[in-house]
Design a protein around this ligand. Structure first.
Ligand SMILES: *Cc1c(COP(=O)(O)O)cnc(C)c1O
Length: 470
């Protein structure tokens, strides 16, 4: 072995010594012993590897203590962080599936906390003093808000679709337009859900055009239902046609078949009243006569993760009897958060103000602009010429399979911290406390402010501080 290399290797402290070292104590102490030891070993091994792969002439004369301790502190710190934790969403995608979709209203959080910390009425009827159903907590509210006859809540919308297909169409055919055989993020692919449900897919029409007669021609004694699916994350433009729900419902009635709609997002307010594009609402779908409407709880609705099946008493009763319903049941925290969220919808202005998803979606551009200027000023005041900030027009997105193709006017901070290249800065931001998830666009690093709430500014500044200190 090269003598310079063996000298360096001998200078590396032992694991036990490092675990007791005063410079590491505040990082080591909160960690389980085995985790701290593993993190230290990993850093030491990485250091040995880096020396071994270095040409002997380039080896440093001495171990760089400061660098080693910095690496150790970082590794120990990372080991102490929960895997599932807060990030700052600077992507401008509001319903970001990878970043947790919907943020909950304070009212929902409080209700979840109460139910989590105490025994509750989850399956208990206070009036009768006997067992109740967890499904009873939301049904009245949903009837009032949407006009449905009956409602079932499950774990998510993929579950609701699976349950509906399995209950109503196992071993029989489901007619659906080819243009609606969608794949949605997180590997939800309609043909595959259909296959595991036991239903048989009968696609009609072409990619761009499906006519009412295409459905009608496909109806046989094997047909179990007509299904309409919101295309969610794409849009077919140009020479196109899909059949409207009322026409589909009328056809289904003539053949005594159920018509189902998978709405995806589950919008309860008419977004066109807030200057956004029109997104079909749950109420409209039910009013058009759909026998069952399926949608998510944590997309546009802005509640916790859940799936809804709303519709006629008879169809919902059949779903309830399926043993899959037990396997897909929502937990008490979901139900508590959802009840509080749905209550806000009883007064639409309250819902729009209090539910973060709706608030971020409808906040005026002037508001985002003001936030951008404030933040840019704060950054300049704090870091002067070490940081370059420029306010740029940006396009935020709804995400979550709602309003596909639509963009929302926004403002972004284009950030430079010399000498870091934009992609290096992006990676450093991901390792900050809390991590900041930014956007790289045309070689610039952008922080879109539409998805950053004002109360997150201290956390954002702390995270930027981490990056500046490195
Ligand atoms: C998002 C979506 C689903 C899946 O909903 P989850 O709540 O994510 O399970 C199903 N269908 C459509 C049309 C969707 O947009």
């Amino acid at each position: 072995m090269d003598p310079a290399l063996s000298r360096l290797l001998r200078q590396l402290p032992a694991v036990d010594e490092l675990l007791r070292h005063p410079r590491l104590l505040s990082w080591v102490e909160p960690l389980p012993r085995s985790w701290a030891a593993a993190a230290v070993r990993q850093v030491l091994e990485a250091q040995r590897q880096s020396w071994r792969s270095c040409p002997p002439a380039d080896l440093p004369p001495q171990l760089d203590d400061d660098a080693l301790f910095r690496n150790l502190q970082q590794a120990l710190d990372a080991a102490g962080q929960p895997s599932l934790r807060q990030v700052i969403n600077a992507t401008g995608v509001i319903i970001h599936t990878n970043l947790g979709r919907s943020l909950l209203a304070v009212e929902a959080l409080e209700q979840m906390l109460e139910v989590a910390a105490h025994y509750s009425t989850l399956e208990y009827d206070l009036l009768k003093g006997e067992r109740g159903s967890r499904q009873d907590h939301l049904e009245g509210l949903l009837r009032e808000l949407t006009g449905c006859e009956a409602a079932l809540v499950v774990n998510n919308n993929a579950g609701a679709v699976l349950l509906a297909l399995n209950t109503l169409a196992q071993g029989r055919e489901v007619i659906i337009s080819r243009g609606q055989l969608v794949e949605i993020g997180g590997s939800f692919r309609l043909p595959e859900i259909m296959a595991v449900s036991g239903a048989i897919l009968r696609e009609v029409g072409t990619t761009n055009k499906t006519h009412l007669r295409d459905y009608e021609n496909a109806i046989t004694s094997e047909t179990a239902m007509l299904l309409k699916v919101h295309p969610s994350n794409f849009r077919i433009v140009g020479f196109t046609k899909e059949v409207d729900l009322p026409d589909l419902v009328a056809l289904a009635r003539r053949y005594d078949l159920p018509a189902l709609e998978d709405l995806g997002s589950g919008c309860l307010v008419d977004l066109s009243r807030y200057g956004l594009e029109k997104e079909p609402t749950v109420q409209e779908s039910l009013a058009a006569g759909a026998d069952l409407v399926l949608f998510s709880g944590d997309k546009l609705l802005g509640g916790p993760q859940a799936g809804f099946a709303l519709g006629s008493r008879e169809v919902v009763a059949r779903l309830r009897q399926n043993p899959l319903t037990r396997a897909l049941r929502p937990d008490k925290l979901t139900l508590a958060g959802m009840e509080a969220t749905l209550r806000l919808y009883l007064e639409e202005p309250r819902a729009v103000a209090a539910i973060p998803t709706l608030h971020l979606l409808t906040r005026p551009l002037a508001d985002v602009e003001r936030q951008a200027r404030n933040l840019a000023r704060t950054l300049k005041r704090r870091w002067g010429t070490k940081i370059k900030v420029e306010i740029r027009p940006s396009e935020a997105r709804v995400g979550g399979g709602a309003l596909p193709g639509a963009s929302l006017p926004s403002r972004a901070l284009a950030l430079e911290i010399p000498p870091l290249a934009p992609h290096e800065l992006e990676a450093r931001l991901r390792r900050a406390h809390p991590p900041i998830i930014a956007r790289l666009e045309h070689g610039a690093l952008l922080l879109d402010l539409r998805t950053i709430q004002a109360d997150e500014h201290p956390a954002l500044l702390a995270a930027l501080g981490d990056v500046m200190d490195l």
